[in-house]
Design a protein around this ligand. Structure first.
Ligand SMILES: Nc1ncnc2c1ncn2[C@@H]1O[C@H](COP(=O)(O)OP(=O)(O)OP(=O)(O)O)[C@@H](O)[C@H]1O
Length: 333
């Protein structure tokens, strides 16, 4: 059974539009006008058990709306959806036992009670019992190093401590599929590293499928072999990170320090006809090399005319690549 299978998944929102002025407000009283927003536009998405998939897109692309449909919070307007074999919205009660959810911005733990009391409530909610549960909990407490905070109320924990407790809470019932929405937002580098290591471990040991939404591309680099990129409700890339890099990552940067100041128009002139964008001024320039243009193409034009003191070549980072795809608005798997 597939973890996620969506065909033509669509969500539309009807938004009330108010007319301007007093007459407009008066007319709104009797005849409201609505506008339809198609937040998710007929996407096809299949995720197999054990995959770790990064779900990315700019603000407003439709990520949260998708996750809300996949977790059963929102009912789709159209399309077919099965998650862990269930219809998430219609079979919500049985379905939620098979998933875990961590939203970085919101807590599923009770704010004023001790963490272990929250765990106890969740245990009742999921109807968990027995030695298996005890051992699993002990393991989570040990690996996430949350033992010292179990007696404290959530409101007294730091963000990093709370996130580790959230992860434990989301995994108490050993779900087959884990949804993570911005799990490392606001955390310092060390805590981020620990959380990523833990997630890899959970995935390897229990075969837990993970769908991760994040704006932090280093999460994706550390965890996901596959990325799904959303733009205005449509999937514009679904494939591995490596392919994304090779298809779009030829935008290398050449960083130059010149012996003498040279105006930028000279560099533009010398490299006319090549796909290169110059940034900088005086003696320091960066050449952004676009598709097809190589470092030696640029240097062979420059070196006879301009004295170069030092040069450095930088590969485009995933962040550069993704920004570029967002800007240009398309990518094909
Ligand atoms: N309840 C709602 N009512 C009306 N419009 C909505 C609602 N929820 C989302 N939208 C609209 O749907 C579109 C997609 O929003 P969504 O929150 O899914 O994007 P997102 O990719 O998660 O963005 P972000 O990264 O900012 O969280 C946006 O245009 C948003 O304004």
């Amino acid at each position: 059974m597939r973890s996620i299978e969506a065909r033509g998944l669509t969500k539309e929102f009807k938004v009330y539009q108010s007319r301007s002025g007093l007459t407009g407000a008066f007319r709104d009283l009797f005849n409201r006008q609505y506008r339809t927003i198609r937040a998710v536009n007929g996407i096809d998405l299949t995720i197999e058990p054990g995959e770790i998939v990064g779900y990315i897109g700019e603000n407003g692309a439709g990520k949260s709306t998708t996750i809300k449909m996949l977790t059963g919070i929102l009912e789709p307007t159209g399309g077919c959806l099965r998650v862990n074999g269930y219809d998430p919205h219609r079979e919500r009660e049985e379905f939620v036992r098979t998933i875990g959810v961590v939203f970085g911005q919101r807590s599923q733990l009770w704010w004023d009670i001790a963490v272990k009391e929250s765990f106890r409530l969740l245990k009742k909610l999921y109807r968990l019992s027995g030695e298996g549960y005890r051992q699993h909990l002990d393991r989570l407490v040990e690996v996430l190093e949350i033992g010292p905070f179990l007696d404290q109320p959530v409101r007294k924990l730091s963000l990093g401590q709370r996130m580790r407790c959230e992860l434990a809470a989301a995994l108490l019932h050993q779900p087959r599929l884990l949804f993570l929405d911005e799990p490392t937002i606001g955390l310092d580098v060390l805590v981020k590293e620990n959380i990523r290591r833990f997630l890899k471990q959970v995935n390897a040991e229990y075969g837990t499928t993970i769908l991760l939404t994040t704006h932090d591309l280093s999460d994706i680099e550390a965890l996901c072999s596959r990325v799904v990129m959303l733009d205005k409700g449509n999937i514009i890339y679904d494939g591995d990170l490596e392919r994304l890099r090779t298809q779009w990552g030829d935008g290398r940067r050449l960083i130059l320090e010149l012996k003498e100041e040279v105006p930028s128009f000279v560099l533009n002139e010398k490299t006319r006809g090549l796909s290169v964008k110059w940034e900088g001024e005086g003696t320091r320039y960066t050449a952004r090399l676009e598709k097809g243009t190589t470092v030696s193409d640029v240097l062979s034009r420059l070196v006879p005319a301009v004295a170069v003191q030092e040069l450095k070549i930088e590969e485009a980072t995933t962040e550069d690549i993704v920004r570029r795809i967002y800007r240009e608005g398309a990518a094909h798997a």
